[in-house]
Design a protein around this ligand. Structure first.
Ligand SMILES: [Zn+2]
Length: 294
C-alpha cells in the first residue's frame, strides 16, 4: 500500500508568499519507508501539524531548484538526520539543486550535505530504489533546464504514480508516464491562460488522454488557477478526457491499495467513501466531507 499526503497544492510566487495554498510538497508513505517530494516552504510545519514525523523520512526528492519545490529542504535534512545527530537519509534531485550550475546555486550547504548518507543527481532515465519503491526520473521542460519529473513504482503491487513537476507541454511527455494508474500534474494555470514553462488546464488534457490513468490529480496551483476555481478546472479535464480528475486540496491523502485508490480530504478525517472510478480492477473513492482550515 502506498499513501500520498499533499502538504501543499500551491505553486508560484504569489501563492507561495501568501500561503493561499500550502507549499510543502508531497509525502509518500508505504513499504516501511517515508519519502518527501518537493518540500517547499512550510513543509516541516505542515507535516508536524498533520501528525507526520519528519524524522522518519528516509529520502527527500527535489525536482528542481525553484524555492516552491525546495524551501524547507535543509530543515528536513536536519530532521531526517534525527535532529542532526547522525548521518542519515538520501537526497535525490536535479543537478541544479544538488550541484548547481551557471543559473542556479546549489540549494544546500556543505553542512547539510554532510548529514546525508547518500545523494544522487537525477537525470531523465536515472533511477533509485528504496525498500521496494523505485523512483525513475522523467524529462521536464522548464526554466530550470535540469528539472525532472518522476515515476514512482511499488514493485510488489505494481502501483505506478507519475508526477510531472513543473514543465511546459511537450508531446513526448505521455511516453514517460505510460501505465501510471495515478497521474499527478503540476498545473499552474487555468484553461486558456497558458504560462511559459508550465502546464495549463488545456495543456493537461492531451497528456491525460494519452497516459490514460485511472485517476488524474491536478496540483501546484498558481493564483490565476485558484481564481478560476480548481474544481471547475478539474471538471473540464474530466469532461474532455472521460478520466476521473480531481483538484488536490491541502492535507488530502490518497491511498493506493491493490484494487483500490482511497482519497481523504485530510489525513486525520474519518474515511467516508464514494466510488468514483472502476477501471481494470482499480476503484477510486473520495471522501465527501471537506476539510476546513483551523
Ligand atoms: Zn519551477
Amino acid at each position: 500500500m502506498l499513501e500520498l499526503i499533499f502538504l501543499g497544492t500551491g505553486g508560484g510566487r504569489i501563492v507561495m508568499t501568501t500561503q493561499m495554498r500550502w507549499t510543502g510538497g508531497i509525502v509518500l508513505r508505504g513499504n516501511d519507508t517515508q519519502i518527501h517530494v518537493d518540500p517547499g516552504p512550510g513543509a516541516l510545519v505542515r507535516a508536524l501539524d498533520l501528525g507526520i514525523n519528519p524524522q522518519k523520512t528516509d529520502a527527500i526528492i527535489v525536482s528542481h531548484a525553484h524555492l516552491d519545490h525546495y524551501g524547507d529542504c535543509q530543515i528536513l535534512i536536519e530532521a531526517m538526520a534525527r535532529a542532526a545527530t547522525k548521518k542519515r537519509g538520501v537526497l535525490l534531485g536535479s543537478s541544479s539543486a544538488l550541484v548547481g550550475d551557471e543559473q542556479y546555486s546549489r540549494i544546500i550547504s556543505n553542512y547539510h550535505l554532510g548529514l546525508l548518507e547518500e545523494k544522487q543527481v537525477l537525470t531523465p532515465g536515472s533511477s533509485f530504489s528504496i525498500k521496494g519503491i523505485k523512483i525513475t526520473a522523467t524529462p521536464a521542460y522548464h526554466s530550470d533546464p535540469s528539472t525532472v519529473g518522476l515515476v514512482i513504482e511499488e514493485k510488489e503491487n505494481g502501483a505506478r504514480i507519475g508526477y510531472t513537476s513543473d514543465t511546459a507541454y511537450n508531446q513526448s511527455l505521455p511516453l514517460f508516464y505510460k501505465d501510471c494508474e495515478l497521474f499527478i500534474l503540476c498545473c499552474l494555470r487555468p484553461f486558456g491562460k497558458p504560462w511559459k514553462g508550465h502546464l495549463s488546464t488545456d495543456e493537461v488534457i492531451p497528456l491525460v488522454e494519452e497516459v490514460k490513468p485511472s485517476l488524474t490529480v491536478l496540483t501546484h496551483f498558481g493564483a490565476a488557477f485558484l481564481k478560476a476555481n480548481p474544481e471547475k478546472q478539474a471538471k473540464i479535464v474530466e469532461k474532455k478526457t472521460g478520466i476521473k480528475t480531481i483538484a488536490a486540496t491541502d492535507g488530502m491523502s490518497i491511498k493506493l491499495e491493490e484494487k483500490e485508490i482511497f482519497l481523504k480530504e485530510k489525513i486525520d478525517t474519518k474515511e467516508k467513501k464514494e466510488i468514483l472510478v472502476k477501471k481494470t480492477g482499480v476503484i477510486a473513492t473520495q471522501l465527501t466531507d471537506f476539510y476546513s482550515p483551523k
